[in-house]
Ligand binder design. Structure first.
Ligand SMILES: C[S@@+](CC[C@H](N)C(=O)[O-])C[C@H]1O[C@@H](n2cnc3c(N)ncnc32)[C@H](O)[C@@H]1O
Length: 397
């Protein structure tokens, strides 16, 4: 192949997509080319480019002419269709200097929304927990919705009788914690829909919420608790959206008097939380288990269930990677209102922003401030890799 003029123009994702689609390179006789083309098409199909056409792109570029963006920046705007300020900051160099007023920024977001309206494929693809890392190494679950939410129910620990030997261990300060290899745990799921979601590592609201793994913000919150054990000393603690239950178990070793572990999926509680907690507490006497309770189900349903049981409220709520979608914020607010004691404190560890869905610590703090009698503030910021934070929430006095 002869290259006539190297890098004479950048191709947008839309152009590559159209070319691959038109040329049907997938059917190319050389199998390597076909594989590359197929994988590229498969990837692009889930990005904003699928819903774009030439006219939209041309009109968009005309509409943003006065911003004097570089070619590379324009390309990124078209390809990524950013719709929040934080996404913009990642794309446009010195954004604050170049777009001086909030109005200018809002106008840019408005132009993007006008020329590239949101489509379902965008919603699905751009939900990334670990923005910037490759799909193979980490999680890039897609999220879709389902109107049904699971009932709340208690799981009795005595029901647990499995034995495993593939545990991962973790030393936090002077405490050793264990969790079952998530692969082993999730392989034990038999229910068909959940099994196939687990194979593709997708989240489906109302079906699977990501409990079969240990998400990175858990480690941030463990690190924080290690230096602030007093937060949980003699307290009743709710590990909200617990997955492995590491936070609750750490609270136990730090002197919490009661620990309630809650996950959306009953399968997570039975196949992942139970064995993990069991292994971490192996050296404690049987009485240790009496301090623990386990529940599965949706947060709204949990509030109804707990109120029917007249269950006591919690002094502390610990939660990691549970604020990834703004749609659930009203449910989370209800949990805070109904489950936290008057002087109670909640700690949420999460990414600053979960791309595409609009959730993250920034949105959650804003939501709490706008909608409730709670005060929310960031206590830890971690800029190493994807930006993550721990936020602390307490009632306004
Ligand atoms: C991404 S996982 C995080 C698991 C764990 N906290 C960690 O950091 O490893 C999100 C968790 O939030 C919980 N969750 C999400 N939506 C929920 C809902 N509507 N009702 C109850 N729990 C929910 C699930 O239990 C799920 O395990």
């Amino acid at each position: 192949m002869e290259i006539v003029s190297e890098n004479c123009a950048y191709l947008s994702n839309m152009e590559v997509f159209q070319l691959l689609d038109k040329e049907k390179l997938v059917e190319h006789k050389h199998s390597n080319t076909a594989t590359v083309a197929y994988q590229t098409l498969k990837y692009l199909e889930k990005t904003p480019c699928k819903a774009q056409n030439n006219d939209q792109v041309t009109n968009f570029l005309n509409a943003i002419q006065h911003y004097n963006f570089t070619k590379a920046e324009k390309l990124q705007l078209v390809n990524l269709r950013p719709t929040s300020i934080i996404e913009m900051q990642l794309i446009i160099e010195e954004l604050d200097e170049r777009l001086k007023t909030e109005e200018e920024l809002e106008n840019l977001i408005h132009i993007i929304n006008r020329f590239f309206p949101e489509s379902d494929s965008i919603k699905i693809m751009s939900f990334k927990f670990n923005f910037g890392e490759s799909e193979q190494e980490t999680d890039m679950p897609k999220i879709t919705t389902n109107g049904m939410f699971r009932e709340c129910r208690q799981h009795l620990y005595k029901e647990y009788s499995q034995r495993f030997d593939d545990f991962k261990d973790l030393i936090v300060g002077d405490i050793q914690l264990f969790y079952l290899n998530p692969l082993i745990a999730s392989n034990r799921v038999e229910e068909k829909e959940l099994k196939s979601l687990l194979e593709s590592s997708d989240l489906k609201a109302g079906t699977y919420e990501g409990g079969f793994k240990v998400w990175e913000c858990t480690f941030d919150l463990l690190e924080y608790l290690k230096d602030h054990k007093k937060c949980v000393l003699n307290k009743s603690v709710l590990d909200l959206g617990c997955g492995s239950g590491l936070l609750g178990v750490f609270a136990f070793f730090s002197g919490a008097k009661k620990i309630c572990l809650q996950d959306y999926n009953s399968e997570v509680i039975e196949e992942f939380t139970f064995p993990s907690v069991h292994q971490s507490l192996a050296k404690c006497g049987d009485e240790a288990f009496l301090q623990f309770e386990f529940y599965s189900g949706d947060w709204d349903n949990m509030c109804v269930y707990f109120s029917e049981l007249k269950k006591e409220r919690f002094d502390v709520i610990l939660s990691s990677e549970t604020i990834y979608t703004v749609e659930y914020y009203p449910k989370l607010l209800r949990v805070l209102e109904e489950q936290l004691t008057p002087n109670g404190v909640a700690y949420f560890a999460a990414k600053t922003h979960y791309f595409g869905v609009g959730g993250g610590t920034l949105d959650f703090i804003q939501f709490i401030r706008n909608n409730s009698k709670f005060f929310a503030t960031t206590i830890i910021t971690n800029n190493d890799g994807v930006c993550r934070e721990i936020i602390k929430i307490s009632r306004l006095s």
